[in-house]
Design a protein around this ligand. Structure first.
Ligand SMILES: CC[C@@H](C(=O)O)C(=O)SCCNC(=O)CCNC(=O)[C@H](O)C(C)(C)COP(=O)(O)OP(=O)(O)OC[C@H]1O[C@@H](n2cnc3c(N)ncnc32)[C@H](O)[C@@H]1OP(=O)(O)O
Length: 356
């Protein structure tokens, strides 16, 4: 007789539900593992190919690599795929937006310290954004997605203001085009937020409306002691165009998000810090606030190995995006397996580092 049938036929009726519960549990677990493998592959795609820091070594690592998705076999596509955002026809929107000229968004990548500077450049209009600047920003984010040597990104505005939102000249001409513009900016800013780089917005001067929205597309906000920040959209008869309601709610929770968005209050640095909107206030009288921000980053968040910093940032992104505790832990475990026993850890073990 079939041994499986024999086992079931002699089983007590009490054990049957237990067995089927176990079966369901195993099935659910398998589904979770399959899902987390997919997430893991997405996270791995954001990392540098054959990274020296996380390159697995030894025969046992080949299994871990196979589980996580073979980096070479998958090729190196941009981290755009990380958020799986369903994009409308961005090419068409891009062509429309590019017609609204003025200003630029510029990018400098410093391979020595691993920090890139993204500058909004429309200073005569306090770096408010034209359609062309939105297209520029999307292109610069794409460039950053392919920058595998980077650790961090600072977003700032030229000449002392971060940004005062949409350029009102552009806004007036594009009143028929709100949802498309929003879709375009959502895509760019989601990609920016999910870069494997630690991002910081340098909040200077007037950071209002869409400018405040841009700052929430970064991981951290460093604020000048003379700056002001406010979500003034509601005063302009608008809700948030560039995704800040979603990001602010994640950042601060429901109550504070509603408060900031519905009161349109403009916060000075102390209040912004108290609310948890900004993370650090630059010392009063700083001569070079960009340099101060760079040093803050290097001191606090960029002191360690580039690739492991990128892995950690990607893990946090995957944890937030997957929204599932078990999937996030699974991805975390697999990526940890890639750093464990890697060259950086071995070097640190040899150096007998003390964490004083
Ligand atoms: C589509 C995005 C949307 C969203 O997120 O949902 C928004 O962003 S809505 C918010 C749009 N922004 C505004 O409404 C800001 C309007 N501007 C102001 O309130 C003031 O300019 C200021 C930012 C408080 C600065 O005031 P002040 O210090 O007195 O300077 P000026 O007003 O003289 O400004 C200097 C210069 O800059 C021009 N400017 C500033 N912001 C914008 C802007 N968003 N669009 C176009 N131009 C802007 C301002 O007009 C002055 O230029 P001149 O008039 O040529 O001197």
């Amino acid at each position: 007789m079939n041994p499986v049938l024999t086992r079931f036929s002699v089983m007590s009726p009490v054990r049957l539900p237990i067995i089927s519960m176990r079966f369901i549990y195993l099935e659910v677990n398998m589904a979770l593992v399959r899902k987390s493998n997919a997430i893991c592959r997405r996270v791995m795609k954001t990392l540098q190919p054959l990274s020296s820091a996380v390159a697995p070594s030894g025969p046992e690592s080949s299994q871990a690599q196979a589980q996580c998705g073979d980096r070479q076999a998958y090729g190196w596509v941009s981290s755009r795929s990380l958020h799986g955002f369903k994009r409308p026809n961005l090419h068409v929107i891009r062509n429309q937006l590019a017609r609204f000229e003025g200003g630029s968004v510029d990018l400098e990548k410093n391979s020595d310290n691993g920090i890139a500077i993204l500058t909004l450049n429309n200073p005569r209009r306090m770096n408010s954004m034209t359609g062309k600047m939105m297209v520029d920003m999307a292109d610069k984010v794409s460039e950053l997605e392919e920058w595998h040597e980077g650790k961090a990104l600072i977003m700032r505005g030229a000449d002392g203001n971060l940004c005062t939102g949409g350029d009102l000249t552009f806004v007036r001409k594009a009143l028929h085009y709100g949802e498309e513009m929003a879709a375009y900016q959502h895509d760019t800013l989601t990609r920016l937020l999910n870069l494997p780089l630690i991002s910081v917005a340098l909040v200077q001067g007037h950071t209002l409306g869409g400018g405040a929205e841009l700052s929430t597309a970064c991981d951290f906000r460093v604020m000048s002691s003379s700056a002001k920040i406010g979500f003034v959209q509601i005063k302009m008869g608008l809700s948030t165009a560039w995704g800040a309601a979603t990001r602010l709610t994640r950042l601060l929770g429901r109550r504070k998000a509603i408060d900031l968005l519905c009161s349109a209050k403009i916060l000075l640095p102390d209040a912004a810090l108290r609310e948890g909107l900004v993370d650090y206030i630059l010392p009063r009288g700083s001569e070079d606030e960009l340099e101060e921000t760079t040093q803050w980053l290097l001191r606090n968040l960029c002191a360690y190995d580039t690739n492991i910093t990128r892995v950690v940032k990607s893990l946090v992104v995957s944890a937030e995006l997957s929204m599932d505790h078990y999937q996030a832990l699974d991805a975390e475990r697999k990526l940890f397996g890639q750093t464990w026993g890697g060259p950086v850890q071995r070097k640190m073990l040899e150096a007998n580092v003390k964490h004083k």
